[in-house]
Write a protein that binds this ligand. Structure first.
Ligand code: ZN
Ligand code: ZN
Length: 272
C-alpha cells in the first residue's frame, strides 16, 4: 500500500513563505492498493494528483479511481473541477460519501460547478462520474480493497474511512471534534491500524477558544491512537495560521508523548 499526501491544510489554501515546507493545499490523500487508486477527499491538492496521473492510464482514458469524500465543506471538494482526469473521456471516477449527506453530496458536487461558480458543469465533464451512498458501519468493497466508515462529530456531519488491503490499514479521520472520552466510533474503526490520519487543527492551548467548531488536537489524536493500538499517527488538516515552525514544534511535542507521530506534509509519500 502506497500513500501520498497532496493536500494537508485545513479550511482554506495557504500558499506563501510560512507554509512552504508542509504545504498549503487543502485535503487530498492518494492511497494506492496495488493498481487500485483510492483518493481521500477532493481538496485543492487533487489538482496536483490529477496532473501527475496524466502520464498514466488516466492520460488516455483508461483510468479508474474511487474518491471518498469525508463531507462537502469547500476545503474538501474544491479541487474536483480542476482534476484533469475528469476531462478525459473513458476514465471512470466513482465518488462516494455518507448516505445521510449523499443527496447533499451529489447536489453539492454539481452545485459547485454551476455557472455562477465555474465555467464547466460537472455533467459536461467527459469522464464517467458516478455517485454512491455509503452507510455508516456497512462495509464496502472495491476490488480487493475494503472500505469501512464511521460518522464523526462535525457541523453537518463528516465520515471517517478505513481503507484496508492485504492486511494493511489506513484510517482517515479529519474534520472531527473529540469528546470528553475517546470517540466510541473511531476507536473500533482505528483498531490496530497501521496509520491514523487525524484532525489536528488546533494546539491543545488554542482548542478551548474553538469548542464546537468541529476540530481536534494532536493530544486527542494520541489518546485515540493509544486506545486503538495504532502504529503511526499522522497529524493533518493544519490550521491556516500554523507556520512550518509551529508544525515542527507540534511534531516535537507530540513525539515526546507518542514517538510514532508525523506531521503530514504535502508531497510526502510512504509505503506500508
Ligand atoms: Zn476541513
Ligand atoms: Zn469541515
Amino acid at each position: 500500500m502506497k500513500i501520498k499526501y497532496y493536500g494537508v491544510r485545513g479550511t482554506v489554501p495557504t500558499p506563501g513563505q510560512s507554509t512552504i515546507r508542509y504545504g498549503g493545499n487543502t485535503p487530498c490523500v492518494a492511497v494506492w492498493c496495488g493498481e487500485e487508486l483510492v483518493i481521500l477527499d477532493a481538496g485543492t491538492g487533487l489538482r496536483v494528483l490529477g496532473d501527475e496521473l496524466a502520464d498514466s492510464c488516466f492520460g488516455n482514458g483508461k483510468g479508474s479511481a474511487t474518491l471518498l469524500i469525508s463531507h462537502t465543506h469547500w476545503d474538501h471538494i474544491q479541487g474536483f473541477p480542476f482534476f484533469s482526469p475528469g476531462y478525459v473521456q473513458g476514465n471512470v471516477i466513482r465518488i462516494m460519501g455518507a448516505h445521510q449527506i449523499n443527496k447533499g453530496l451529489e447536489t453539492a458536487m454539481h452545485y459547485q460547478q454551476q455557472y455562477q461558480n465555474f465555467p464547466v458543469l460537472l455533467s459536461q465533464m467527459p469522464s464517467r462520474i458516478t455517485f454512491k451512498a455509503l452507510e455508516e458501519g456497512v462495509g464496502h468493497r472495491i476490488g480487493e480493497v475494503d472500505i469501512e466508515t464511521a460518522e464523526m462529530n462535525h457541523p453537518g456531519g463528516s465520515f471517517a474511512y478505513r481503507v484496508t488491503w492485504k492486511g494493511k490499514s489506513v484510517v482517515y479521520a479529519t474534520d472531527t471534534e473529540h469528546y470528553d472520552s475517546v470517540d466510541h466510533k473511531l476507536t473500533p474503526l482505528c483498531k490496530d491500524a497501521d496509520i491514523l490520519i487525524y484532525d489536528s487543527t488546533y494546539t491543545p492551548e488554542e482548542y478551548p477558544n474553538f469548542k464546537g467548531y468541529g476540530h481536534s488536537t494532536y493530544e486527542e489524536g494520541i489518546k485515540l491512537a493509544r486506545a486503538a493500538n495504532v502504529k503511526s499517527l499522522h497529524l493533518f488538516h493544519h490550521h491556516p495560521n500554523h507556520t512550518d515552525e509551529m508544525l515542527d514544534a507540534m511534531q516535537k511535542k507530540a513525539r515526546a508523548d507518542f514517538p510514532q507521530t508525523y506531521v503530514a506534509r504535502e508531497g510526502w509519500e510512504l509505503e506500508i
